[in-house]
Design a binder for this molecule. Structure first.
Ligand code: G6P
Length: 370
């Protein structure tokens, strides 16, 4: 096992550090920047299904569901196809309206999650075209779907999903950009600039790992005793906040909630005092001014702010108690970059609390029963 961990203390840390490579592997052979194309056979072979879809329904559980939420933003923004995202467990039991004009996308790292499998079977029975985004090759979900794209992130052993999540975001980005280009919603210049941004993501993640590995350890030390955490983000980074909170609760057993930053005033703000740590994702592109006022509201109540900002940021950084800098990218890809320091932060808080990071209590890597 020590050899499999490749010198890292845990699989989770190894998998966090693998992300420049795993994202690169997800794009390999698909994103051909100098030719200005995205090649995805699974999409291309069924392009009419996607083009004529009334809507796309994304079903998933856990971390994969968070990736689905970001997928909704991506596909609606670039392909202008209506998207709904559902928990597989809810979808399967609520007699949903599904027609043969719907495309149902299941996202699953393992490809074995019982609820996701059952939801897909239901969608298939009702005539939808079903598409899989799985990491494990030849898994049950990959086999029952009409078509799909593998994430190619490599085996993920740590129960808390890290590299599979960023690979799912990469696939969803590729799908959204490909569909948008094909149906004419995305002009050539914008498409070209987005694909070169996407191509640069692995390099940016390398920078983030380098720049934040020690920093997140220092920050983590200050929060070992925390009992609650709030994670906030807006737009594309709202689901990234949900995922940041999930990582922390899964492995450190600290209660954490993710929220869209603007919703803070409808509840969570009541919890804020000097004992409440708040992780806020605040990249320059993406409602930055609104986030600035959210941080002001938090500081007025003495909350402890850990801010994830772009390099050179001033306004949020001046108010924040801890600043984590990440490189700038297009807003739509910022969750991929912003997720990495949040994974590290959760990891180190859990390690310092003595938790079993790779196998947290009560959790399973793949939930194959209800
Ligand atoms: C379990 C795992 C999570 C995962 C979820 C969905 O809860 O612990 O990490 O996100 O299942 O799994 P899937 O394999 O379908 O993505």
């Amino acid at each position: 096992e020590q050899i499999e961990k490749g010198g890292y203390e845990h699989f989770m840390l190894k998998e966090i550090f693998e992300q420049p490579k795993s994202i690169h592997d997800t794009m390999r052979g698909r994103l051909i920047v100098n030719e200005g194309v995205i090649k995805m056979a699974g999409i291309w072979d069924h392009i009419e299904k996607f083009k004529n879809a009334n809507r796309i329904i994304i079903i998933a559980c856990g971390t994969s569901w968070h990736a689905g939420l970001i997928g909704e933003y991506l596909i609606e923004e670039f392909a202008r196809i209506p998207v709904e995202v559902e928990y597989a467990s809810e979808f399967r039991y609520r007699n949903p309206i599904i027609t043969d004009k719907d495309v149902v996308i299941a996202i699953s790292q393992s490809g074995e999650t019982a609820d996701t499998m059952a939801a897909l079977k239901l969608a298939k029975e009702r005539g939808a075209f079903i598409y899989g985004i799985c990491n494990v090759v030849d898994s049950s979900i990959a086999r029952i779907t009409d078509a799909g794209s593998y994430t190619h992130a490599g085996p993920e052993i740590g129960v808390a999903s890290t590299k599979a999540f960023t690979a799912q975001l990469t696939i969803l980005s590729l799908i959204a950009l490909k569909l948008g280009k094909h149906n004419g919603n995305l002009g050539n210049a914008e498409f070209m600039s987005l694909i070169s941004e996407l191509d640069a993501i692995p390099k940016k993640i390398e920078e983030v790992l380098e720049a934040t590995h020690e920093l997140t350890q220092h920050i983590a030390k200050d929060f070992i005793q925390a009992t609650n955490f709030l994670y906030l983000g807006r737009g594309y980074n709202y689901p990234a906040a949900l995922e940041g909170a999930l990582k922390l609760k899964e492995i450190s057993y600290i209660h954490a909630e993710g929220y869209p930053a603007a919703e803070m005033k409808h509840g969570p703000i009541a919890l804020i005092d000097e004992n409440m740590p708040i992780v806020i994702i605040a990249p320059k592109k993406g409602h930055y001014d609104k986030i600035v006022s959210n941080v002001q509201e938090i500081k007025a109540r003495k909350g402890k702010v850990v801010a994830v900002v772009n390099k050179g940021d001033k306004q949020v950084s001046e108010m924040a108690d801890y600043v984590i800098e990440i490189p700038e990218t297009s807003e739509c890809f910022s969750p991929i970059v912003a997720s990495v320091p949040l994974q590290l932060l959760a990891y180190y808080i859990a390690v310092y609390r003595g938790a079993n990071v790779d196998q947290p209590r009560n959790l399973a890597k793949s939930v194959t029963v209800e």
